[in-house]
Every structure is written in structure tokens, then in C-alpha cells.
Design a protein around this ligand. Structure first.
Ligand SMILES: NC(=O)c1ccc[n+]([C@@H]2O[C@H](COP(=O)([O-])OP(=O)(O)OC[C@H]3O[C@@H](n4cnc5c(N)ncnc54)[C@H](O)[C@@H]3O)[C@@H](O)[C@H]2O)c1
Length: 361
């Protein structure tokens, strides 16, 4: 695999995509100013990669401290965050220490929040190990925890100092998790790039994803993310919010099912289909475009059927951060590759929800 480095210039950090650990060490040494590294991971990733990473860094003379959180979406909570502050103090981490997040989007989001707030902010590095985190969550500095009332309710924008994406970590990722990550990749194609949509569609049609295809889709996804974050870091111009395509719905679905029924990407697949349905109902896109969204999700083998109480679901969607004055800001599509922000009134959303779940039953 060819090493690729993307640079987020305004935030001055590099994203290294490479399977070569020596390149990681070289890059790390250029940016690090401390000898103490605090690696945080979850229980599953601990068994797979914690020793490997800790030993690699110890060999370079770093002083390694570690902490483990519970795995899965429910681990992104205030209790785990609070335990991390305690652990860091116990281990004498000071303001000059640096945290490494080793894991998927859950670890990355909570560790980012921890790094942003511990002693008013310490450096952190992202080492993503899932497809979602390699293609999306490790870049761009959104950090968060969930509360009882919803997903990502508390968080900050806090950029990492460096991101190392090693696609080899995907070799141990369960297929269901890989598929969940593919939903975010499909999202980029639907909102930004028709050619990429067809590339993915053909790949799903063949039914096999080669290691070089993974390398390509990771790089391509990172390119979109970097481009967007460069122009709209804090989601103020409407560009970055396009990345929320399907997410208002997905977050409500994850919350209402208590994070037990759907992985993030599985909820996102249904959320994207709903956003496409809303787009076609509002005549923002054609019925063919809606069908194209449906086709790629079916080709990628997503289960798009579910049942829900529409009124309760609507009120949950309104709690999402994308709602302003009660109106929900949806990302809708004009065509494959063309997305737009759009405020939609409650009664329209409710109508389309009823139609949508009518079809989905
Ligand atoms: N900050 C952002 O910009 C952003 C963007 C997208 C998603 N997210 C967040 O990311 C989270 C979802 O991320 P995720 O899908 O990576 O979930 P995750 O972190 O829960 O990881 C999924 C599962 O895979 C396991 N795992 C991780 N790496 C592995 C590996 N290499 N081999 C085997 N098992 C492995 C984990 O232990 C976990 O059980 C959600 O909370 C979502 O809100 C954040």
C-alpha cells in the first residue's frame, strides 16, 4: 500500500494513511513534545491491539499509561468520562501529556471530549480501528458523549494533533461493523460524488471488497472529510452540515431503540433512505434518485425494514442538534452527488414519516 498523507492545513495536523508502523513512529516523533502517552481503548480493542501499540511506543522510549472503557455505543457516557478524569489523575497525567485514542468512533468521541476538557485541554492523537472511524469520525474534531435524552448531546469541537489510519486493523473487524462503516462511505457518494456512487455500486454488485478497494474508499472518504472540514470546521456555513445526511433520523432511531437494535451505520442506512424519500416527496429530487439511493443500500445488503411510533419519533428528531426553533434542518438531495440543507415543517415530516414507515413495515 502506498503511504498517503492528507493535511488539514488550518488545523495544522496530518492524517497518515499507512500500514507501515515505522512511518507512524516517524510522523509521531515530529509532532510530539512529551514523553508520556496515555492510551485509551475499549475492552475489545484492548485484546487485539493495546499490547501491540504500547510495546511499539515503549520501544521508542515513551512512558505508556493506559485506560480501558466499556465497548459499544452505551460506553459513550458521562460515567465513563468521569472515570477517565479519575484515572488520568491517578496516573499523574499533567497538561503536557498526550492522549491516544485507540478504537472506533465511540472511543474516539469520548477520548476527544476527555482530551478537550482534562486540565482545560491536552493533546490527543487518533488511531482509528473501525471503518467508521477511519473514514469519518477520527477527522474533523467533533467529540461527544450521549445523555439519557439523546445522542452526542454534550461535546466540543477539538482537533487531534495527528491521525494514523492503518487499514490493517480492519482485518479483525466483524463483518456487521464493516457494513456499518460502509453506510458512511455510501453517504459521501450520495451527497458529493456520482462517480464514487457508481464505483461503490459496482463493488457491492460484485459482492467482494478487496483490500485495495478498502484502501481506495478510505482515502476517498478522508479526502471528502478533509475538504469539508477545511472550509467549515465548526459547521457554520452549511457545508459541514451536509455530512449529517440521514443522521437526524438515524440518531432518533438509535435513541428510541436504546442503541440495542441498530449499529450506527445500520440506522444511518434507513435514515438516508428516509431523507431521500422526503426529498422526492418535496419534489427536490426525482423518484428515480430516491430509487437509486434505495438500490445501493439494497445492493450493500442493508435491512431497511423497521416499525416505529411516528409521533414519538418526530419529537425525538426535534431534540436533535439540527433542529432550530422546532423546525428540523434536513439534508436533502437534488440528485446523486448534490445535497442541500432544508428546513421542513413538522406536519410535512410527520406525513412522510407515516408513508415511509407504511412502506417499511
Ligand atoms: N465525531 C464524528 O465526527 C463522528 C462521525 C461519525 C460517527 N461518529 C460516532 O462514532 C460512533 C460509531 O463508531 P464505530 O462504528 O467505530 O463504533 P465503535 O467504536 O463502538 O466500534 C464498533 C465495535 O467494534 C469493536 N472494534 C473496534 N475496532 C475493532 C477492530 N479493529 N477489530 C475488531 N473489533 C473492533 C469495538 O470494540 C466495538 O465493539 C458513534 O458513536 C457515532 O456517533 C462520530
Amino acid at each position: 500500500m502506498k503511504k498517503r498523507t492528507l493535511i488539514l492545513k488550518n488545523n495544522k495536523y496530518n492524517i497518515l494513511i499507512s500500514k507501515d508502523q515505522n512511518e507512524f513512529i516517524l510522523a509521531l516523533k515530529k509532532i510530539i513534545t512529551t514523553n508520556t502517552l496515555f492510551i485509551i481503548t475499549d475492552r475489545n480493542v484492548k485484546k487485539l491491539y493495546l499490547k501491540y501499540l504500547a510495546d511499539l511506543l515503549k520501544e521508542q522510549g515513551f512512558n505508556i499509561k493506559t485506560a480501558i472503557i466499556s465497548a459499544g455505543e452505551t460506553g459513550k457516557n458521562i460515567k465513563n468520562l468521569s472515570a477517565l478524569y479519575d484515572k488520568a489523575l491517578e496516573k499523574n497525567l499533567d497538561r503536557k501529556s498526550c492522549v491516544i485514542s485507540l478504537g472506533g468512533g465511540v472511543v474516539g468521541d469520548i477520548v476527544g471530549f476527555f482530551a478537550a476538557t482534562y486540565m482545560r485541554g491536552i493533546d490527543f492523537i487518533q488511531v482509528p480501528t473501525t471503518l467508521i472511524s477511519m473514514t469519518d469520525s477520527s477527522i474533523g474534531g467533533k467529540t461527544a458523549i450521549n445523555t439519557n435524552h439523546g445522542k452526542n448531546i454534550a461535546g466540543t469541537f477539538y482537533q487531534p494533533k495527528f491521525v494514523w489510519i492503518n487499514p490493517s486493523f480492519l482485518e479483525t473487524l466483524p463483518m456487521q461493523q464493516v457494513k456499518s462503516g460502509l453506510a458512511e462511505v455510501i453517504k459521501y457518494s450520495i451527497i458529493f460524488d456520482k462517480k464514487f456512487y457508481y464505483y461503490l455500486f459496482n463493488m457491492f454488485e460484485k459482492g467482494v471488497i478487496s483490500s485495495s478497494s478498502f484502501d481506495y474508499i478510505i482515502y476517498q472518504s478522508c479526502l471528502y472529510k478533509v475538504k469539508v472540514v477545511k472550509k467549515d470546521e465548526k459547521e457554520t456555513t452549511g457545508l459541514r452540515s451536509l455530512l449529517n445526511f440521514g443522521h437526524t433520523f438515524a440518531h432518533a432511531l438509535e435513541t428510541i431503540t436504546k442503541y440495542k437494535k441498530f449499529l450506527h451505520g445500520e440506522a444511518l442506512a434507513i435514515g438516508m433512505l428516509f431523507a431521500a424519500k422526503l426529498s422526492s416527496e418535496l419534489k427536490i429530487c426525482s423518484d428515480e434518485t430516491y430509487q437509486r439511493v434505495k438500490n445501493i443500500l439494497i445492493e450493500a445488503n442493508f435491512n431497511l425494514k423497521t416499525k416505529i411510533n411516528c409521533t414519538k419519533f418526530l419529537s425525538l428528531m426535534k431534540k436533535d442538534k439540527k433542529a432550530v426553533n422546532g423546525n428540523i434542518n434536513f439534508v436533502l438531495i437534488k440528485d446523486i452527488g448534490k445535497a442541500t440543507n432544508y428546513y421542513v415543517k413538522d406536519d410535512i415530516v410527520l406525513n412522510v414519516l407515516r408513508k415511509f414507515f407504511g412502506i417499511m413495515k
